[in-house]
Design a protein around this ligand. Structure first.
Ligand code: NDP
Ligand SMILES: N[C@@H](CC=O)C(=O)O
Length: 807
C-alpha cells in the first residue's frame, strides 16, 4: 500500500484534478490519497475570517470567490452538476453561517478558526473521491486525534495509530482523505498547522507502515537552491531524513517539516514528485543515500526577514544561567529562536528571530536583565535588522575537512560580510547571517562554489568600446561558446559604457547588438553612476574592464577593488600614477582577494609583465631592462620615407590603431615613460615618474595647445626629419626609441642603431624587451612581437579576463 498526497496546486483546477486521477490510476497498488484544499482556498477562508472578526460583513467578496472556485471545478469535472454540488454547497453554507456568526460577535477565536480552516480540504476530498472511479472518501477527523492546541494541534499518536489501523484494516482500492484537519477528544475540529496535509499523509503512512509515501506537488522536488534566485539550481535526487528536515526548516518549502518525523521513525521512503511532470525523477528521502561523497553539500537554503539580537557585556563572562534566562524569557513570549551564536569568551550571545518578533524579544530580554543593565554587567542589547540566514546542508559534511574554509573564503572573496555563524556538532548544517541585500550574491557564490564547478560565470562591466574595447567585444562574441563548451566559462557582459551612455543587465547582453542597445539607451553615462550600479547589482565574480585612456576612470579603481570587483585594464594611468597609489591598488586587490591585472599596459598582448612577475616570484633579480616599447614610434620610424613624411606616418599609426587616442602621448614619450616605469615597479623598484629621464625628439612647443593645433603644426617638422632620415639611410642605420632601466635609473630617448644592434631589425609596430637578470645574464631574455594594435591588445585584455575567472 502507498500513501499519495496532492497539494493545493495539484487539485487547484479541473485540469489538474484530471492529472491527479491519471497518477492515482497508474498505481499498481492500494492507495490512500490525501488532498489539500484547492490552491489558495485556505488563504481566502482565513482572510474572510479576519475580515468577519472586524464586525463587518465585508467577507462576502472572499466567500464569493471561494464559491466560484469550487463551482467552476465541480461543473467542469462533472459536466454541470451532480451529487457533489449538494455536498459542496452544504459545506460552503456552513462556512457562511460561521463567518456571519464571527461578524455578529466581532471576535475570532482559534477554536472557531479551526472549525472553518479545513473546509477547503473537506470539499476537495469529496470532489476528488467522486472523480476517481471506485474511490471512497474517508474523513481524517474521524481518525486523527489531537490535543486542543487550535491552529497547530499536537497529534495523540497512540489513539490515532489505532484508529487508522482499524479504519484501513481490510482496505483495498482507492481512499481519498482530507489533509490538515483532525479532531480533539471533545470532537471539535482542530488543524495540524499550515502545510499540515503533508503531515496527515505521513501520519497515515507511518501508522499503516506503507511501502512508500509520495508527496505530489508543483515542483520537481528539493532543489540545490531556490530556483527563483539560482537559475542553475537542480533537483537533488536523494536526501536523508535529516537533510530533508534541515532544508525544509531553512526555507525550502517543499515539505512541511513535521512530516519527516513519523516516516523517519518507521523508515518509510518519501518520494517528492511533480504532478505536472510525473516523468521527472523527483527527490527520494531515505535513511541513507547513495550519493557522491565528493559532493558533501546537498542543498543551500535561506530564510529572510530576520533580525539579530545581541546581548553583550563583560559582566556575563563565566556567569552561569545567563543563557537559560535569555531563552526562558524568549520562550515565555513565544518567540521562536532560529539561530544562536555564542563565542567561547561568553562576552556576547546573539539570537536570530523573525523580524516581526524582534520588538517583543527585545522587551522580554530588557525586562529579564533589567538589573544587569542598570549595574552595567550587560552593556548592550544590539539589534540588527534586514538580515537573512543562509544554510548549507549535507550529511557528508561530517568529518570532511575544508568545507567551512572553502565556504567562508568564497564568501569573503566576494566581499560579503558574515554577521554571525552557527554550526552544530552534528556537522549537518552550517548557517550564517548576512545582510538581506547580500543574499542573492551569497546564494550564487555558494551554489557556484559547491555545485557548479563545471561552469564558472564571469560578469563583465566594460568601460570604453573604441579601438580596443570594440575589438574585445568582437573577440568575446566569437569565443563565448567555445569557452563555455570547452572551459565551462560563461562570460556575461553585464554592464557597458562609453562617454555618452551606459547600460546594465544582470542576465547579460547579447554582444551581437550591444552597441545599438547602448546607443538606444536613455541612461546617460556617469562614472560614479557606473560604479554605484555595479555595486548595487552586487554580482559575484564581477570584473571591471577599463578600455579608456581616462585619468578619471583610473581613479575609480580603488573603490571598485574595495567592492571586491576585479579590475582588468588596458589603461596605463593607474599603474604609472604615484607609487603610493600603485601599491595601494595592489594591496587592496590582495586584501580583498580579487585580481588587478594590466598585462596590456606594456607591449599590448605580449607576455611582458607576466614573464617579469614569473622571474621575480621565482627568485630571479632584474638587473637591466632595455626595450623598444612604443608600437607607434617603431611604426613611424619603420614607415617614414621620402614619400611618407613624419606627419603622415603619425596619422597612419593612429588609423591603424597603434597610437593612443591622443597621439601626442606617444610622440612626447609619455607612453613609453609610463611603460618603463611600470616594468621597473613590477621588477621591485619603487620608481616615480619624475625619476625617469625623458629625451624628447619632438620639441615641446608641438604639444602645447589643442589636438587640432598639433595636427595642423606637425607637418612643419617633416622636412627636418626627412633630411635626418636620408643621412641615416646612407649610413645604414635606424632610429629606435629606446627605454632603459638599470641601477635605479630609467631613461628613454631616441637612439640611432646600426645593423648589428638587436633593435635594428625590429619591424613594423613591433616591440622588443630584453631582461638581463641574475639568471639570464650573459644572454638576456628577449620578448618580441606586435606591441600595439586593436586585436593584439584586445586579446591581451581577454587573456587577463580569463585569468580573473581562475579556470
Ligand atoms: N591601441 C593599442 O595598441 C593599445 C592601447 N592600449 C590602451 O587601451 C586604451 C584604449 O585605447 P583605444 O581603444 O585606442 O581608445 P579609443 O579612444 O578608441 O576608445 C576609448 C573608449 O573609451 C571611452 N571613454 C573615454 N573616456 C571615458 C569616460 N570618462 N567614461 C566612459 N567612457 C570613456 C570612449 O567613449 P566615446 O566613444 O564615447 O568617446 C571610447 O569608447 C588606452 O588606455 C590605451 O593606452 C593599451 C595597449 C595597446
Ligand atoms: N600607443 C601605444 C599602444 C600600446 O600601448 C603604442 O604605440 O605602443
Amino acid at each position: 500500500m502507498k500513501v499519495l498526497k496532492f497539494g493545493g496546486t495539484s487539485v487547484g483546477s479541473a485540469k489538474n484534478i484530471q492529472k491527479v486521477r491519471e497518477i492515482v490510476q497508474s498505481q499498481n497498488d492500494n492507495v490512500i490519497v490525501v488532498v489539500s484544499a484547492l490552491g489558495g482556498v485556505t488563504d481566502l477562508i482565513l482572510e474572510a475570517a479576519q475580515v468577519a472578526a472586524t464586525g463587518t460583513d465585508d467577507f462576502g467578496n472572499y466567500l464569493k470567490e471561494i464559491k466560484q472556485r469550487h463551482s467552476t471545478v465541480v461543473s467542469e469535472l462533472f459536466n454541470g452538476s451532480g451529487p457533489i454540488t449538494y455536498i459542496a454547497d452544504e459545506l460552503l453554507d456552513e462556512l457562511e453561517q460561521i463567518l456571519t456568526g464571527i461578524t455578529l460577535v466581532g471576535e475570532l477565536t482559534p477554536k472557531t478558526l479551526d472549525r472553518i480552516a479545513g473546509i477547503g480540504e473537506r470539499i476537495s476530498s469529496h470532489v476528488v473521491a467522486q472523480y476517481i472511479p471506485g474511490a471512497i472518501r474517508e474523513d481524517a477527523a474521524e481518525f486523527i486525534k489531537t490535543n486542543s492546541n487550535f491552529g497547530k494541534a499536537a497529534v495523540d499518536f497512540d489513539e490515532t495509530d489505532q484508529l487508522i489501523k482499524a479504519k484501513f484494516k481490510d482496505f483495498s482500492g482507492v481512499a481519498v482523505v482530507p489533509g490538515f484537519i483532525a479532531k480533539n477528544s471533545r470532537n471539535e475540529f482542530t488543524t495540524l498547522g499550515r502545510g499540515g496535509s503533508d503531515y496527515t499523509s505521513a501520519i497515515i503512512a507511518a501508522a499503516l507502515e506503507v511501502e512508500a509515501l509520495e508527496i505530489w506537488t508543483d515542483v520537481d522536488g528539493f532543489m540545490t537552491a531556490d530556483p527563483r534566485v539560482i537559475s542553475k539550481a537542480y533537483t537533488i535526487p536523494e536526501l536523508t531524513y535529516s537533510e530533508a528536515m534541515e532544508l525544509s526548516h531553512f526555507g525550502a518549502k517543499v515539505i512541511y517539516p513535521p512530516t519527516i518525523l513519523p516516516v523517519y521513525q518507521k523508515g518509510i521512503p518519501v518520494h517528492i514528485k511533480n504532478t505536472f511532470k510525473p516523468e521527472n525523477e523527483g527527490t527520494l528521502i531515505l535513511s541513507s543515500t547513495s550519493d557522491r561523497k565528493d559532493r558533501p553539500i546537498k542543498g543551500i537554503s535561506s530564510i529572510s526577514r530576520i533580525a539579530l539580537l545581541t546581548l553583550q557585556g563583560i559582566g556575563m563572562v563565566g556567569v552561569t544561567g545567563i543563557s537559560m534566562r535569555l531563552f526562558t524569557a524568549l520562550a515565555k513570549m513565544n518567540v521562536n529562536v532560529i539561530l544562536i551564536s555564542q563565542a567561547s569568551s561568553e562576552n556576547s550571545i546573539s539570537v536570530a528571530v523573525d523580524e516581526h518578533a524582534v520588538n517583543l524579544a527585545e522587551s522580554a530580554i530588557r525586562a529579564e536583565f533589567e538589573k544587569e543593565i542598570a549595574s552595567g554587567q550587560v552593556s548592550k542589547i544590539a539589534i540588527e535588522n534586514d538580515l537573512s540566514i543562509v544554510a548549507i546542508v549535507g550529511e557528508n559534511m561530517k568529518h570532511t575537512t575544508g568545507i567551512a574554509g572553502k565556504l567562508f573564503s568564497t564568501i569573503g572573496r566576494n566581499g560579503i560580510n558574515i554577521i554571525a555563524i552557527a554550526q552544530g556538532a552534528s556537522e549537518l548544517n552550517i548557517s550564517w547571517v548576512v545582510k538581506t541585500s547580500e543574499l542573492r550574491k551569497t546564494l550564487n557564490v555558494v551554489h557556484e562554489s559547491f555545485f557548479l564547478s563545471e561552469n564558472v560565470e564571469l560578469n563583465v562591466f566594460l568601460m570604453g568600446i573604441g579601438t580596443v574595447g570594440g575589438n574585445l567585444l568582437q573577440q568575446i562574441q566569437k569565443q563565448q561558446q567555445k569557452l563555455l563548451d570547452e572551459k565551462h566559462l560563461k562570460i556575461k557582459l553585464t554592464g557597458i559604457a562609453n562617454t555618452k551612455k551606459m547600460i546594465f543587465r544582470r542576465e547579460g547582453f547579447d554582444i551581437a547588438n550591444v552597441k545599438e542597445t547602448l546607443q538606444a539607451s536613455e541612461m546617460k553615462s556617469s562614472l560614479q553612476g557606473f560604479v554605484e550600479a555595479m555595486k548595487a547589482m552586487n554580482i559575484y565574480n564581477s570584473v571591471f574592464v577599463d578600455c579608456t585612456a581616462s585619468d578619471e576612470v583610473a581613479s575609480l579603481y580603488k573603490e571598485i577593488l574595495q567592492s571586491n570587483i576585479a579590475v582588468v585594464t588596458a589603461n596605463k594611468v593607474a599603474a604609472s600614477s604615484a607609487y603610493e597609489n600603485y601599491t595601494a591598488l595592489k594591496n587592496i586587490a590582495k586584501q580583498k582577494g580579487v585580481k588587478f591585472l594590466f598585462e596590456t599596459n606594456v607591449g599590448a598582448g605580449l607576455p611582458i609583465i607576466n614573464t617579469l612577475n614569473d622571474l621575480v616570484y621565482s627568485g630571479d633579480r632584474i638587473l637591466k631592462i632595455e626595450a623598444v616599447l612604443s608600437g607607434t614610434l617603431n611604426f613611424i620610424f619603420n614607415t617614414i620615407s621620402a614619400e611618407t613624411p613624419l606627419s603622415k606616418t603619425i596619422q597612419m599609426a593612429k588609423e591603424q590603431g597603434f597610437s593612443e587616442p591622443d597621439p601626442r602621448v606617444d610622440l612626447s614619450g609619455v607612453d613609453v615613460a609610463r611603460k618603463i616605469l611600470i616594468l621597473a615597479r613590477e621588477a621591485g623598484y619603487p620608481l616615480e615618474m619624475e625619476d625617469i629621464t625623458i629625451e624628447r625628439f619632438v620639441p615641446a612647443s608641438f604639444f602645447d595647445g589643442s589636438l587640432d593645433d598639433f595636427w595642423k603644426n606637425i607637418p612643419a617638422l617633416d622636412d627636418e626629419f626627412e633630411t635626418k632620415r636620408k643621412k641615416l639611410e646612407e649610413e645604414n642605420k635606424k632610429w629606435r626609441f629606446v627605454a632603459r632601466y638599470e641601477n635605479g635609473k630609467a631613461q628613454i630617448g631616441l637612439q640611432v642603431v646600426d645593423s648589428k644592434h638587436p633593435f635594428y631589425d625590429l619591424e613594423g609596430s613591433n616591440n622588443l624587451v630584453m631582461y638581463t637578470t641574475e639568471r639570464y645574464n650573459e644572454f638576456p631574455m628577449l620578448i618580441k612581437g606586435y606591441g600595439a594594435g586593436a586585436s593584439v591588445t584586445a586579446a591581451g585584455v581577454f587573456a587577463d579576463l580569463i585569468k580573473v575567472s581562475n579556470i
